[in-house]
Write a protein that binds this ligand. Sequence first.
Ligand code: NAD
Ligand code: DAU
Length: 358
Amino acid sequence: MESNQTILITGGAGFIGSHVVRLFVTKYPNYQIVNLDKLTYAGNLENLTDIEKSPNYTFEHGDITDAIYIDSLFKKYDFDGVIHLAAESHVDRSITNPMEFVMTNVIGTANLLNAAKTAWDCSMKTPDRNGEKRFYHVSTDEVYGELHNPDEFFLETTSYDPRSPYSASKASSDHFVRAYYNTYKLPVVISNCSNNYGPNHFPEKLIPLMINNIMHNRPLPVYGKGENVRDWLFVKDHARAIDEIYHNGRNGETYNIGGFNEWKNIDLVHLLCKIMDEKLDRPEGTSVKLITYVTDRAGHDLRYAIDANKLMKELGWEPSLQFEEGLTQTVEWYLANKEWLQNVTSGDYTKYYDKMYK
Ligand code: NAD
Ligand code: DAU
């Protein structure tokens, strides 16, 4: 691949996307990074104020479901690579509004694949030339379904078994990406990652929602009995993995990314309460009293757990942070960025919260 590349990053104003944009803009001053984002409720340019004036960064406000616009963007820029993160990402919202997930996650991804195929003139007849480009699709471990046996982990070879509208839409997009590799030799790579946490996480997801509620002494809504298990990874470690896979992953391959860091939701919430009590100078045991068990999520997947050995062995990546350290850094970030939290929780957030939890 070129040393002076132009890369399209989609969804770069979101949680993970903003960390990926920052990493690429600062680590690769020779690259031109184009961030395409629709700025939905989850997209926030405040996530990128520190790098927005960098000479190698451009923001494009647009929608991946608009095929004509996407084609025009590929004509405007001569992209060498795409890192595709734009998506509807919250499982609860997919239960309320599945079609939005079909549009963005399935149709949007297909539009990007088509535009890349046309712009890069990919076909089975020119497989060598196709290798100069790269289409990187960022996906989720939820496509593999749920685990019951504690000895089992998701491998790259695990059969797909999506069980929510969100995971079904991501699974469908993964299938389209592989179909374009197989049919047109579009040079693709896919990664499937476990639950991320860290700064800039929108407070509809478990960890930032609990942090926000603890700060404001509001009930902590734990779904069901709190026994569901997730495998947590610090968002900057995900961004580092994406960097590694974008540059050194093999065409047509899938890489699982995870933290080897499984937590039952209720145990995680207890740990968060302990850290928050310390940081807020409250007597230990204060925040735990806010825990409230609420109606379970429909079709709630029991356990996710990633085996990331392929990525570790092949590309030498490994998580950099222990969970307590990462969680403490995350809490500190939210306490230091109350204005960010205030801005994203005003307006529509209140309506969403009341509909979900009241
Ligand atoms: P997010 O919801 O925080 O951000 C999504 C971004 O995509 C937002 O900036 C939004 O404005 C943008 N977007 C949405 N629809 C768009 C459209 N039609 N056109 C252009 N932009 C649009 O999501 P996230 O948590 O940062 O997740 C990013 C990607 O990583 C997603 O593809 C998600 O499936 C995947 N992923 C997330 C996690 C996680 O734990 N959050 C784990 C594994 C994989
Ligand atoms: O596994 C990767 C996936 O992780 C990503 O693909 C998704 O984009 C991301 O949203 C995340 O999905 P989850 O559904 O696992 O994350 P969420 O933070 O919504 O929930 C984590 C767990 O906490 C889950 O078991 C549901 C539970 N939960 C969540 C919320 C919001 C609660 O108990 N109470 C809550 O209020």
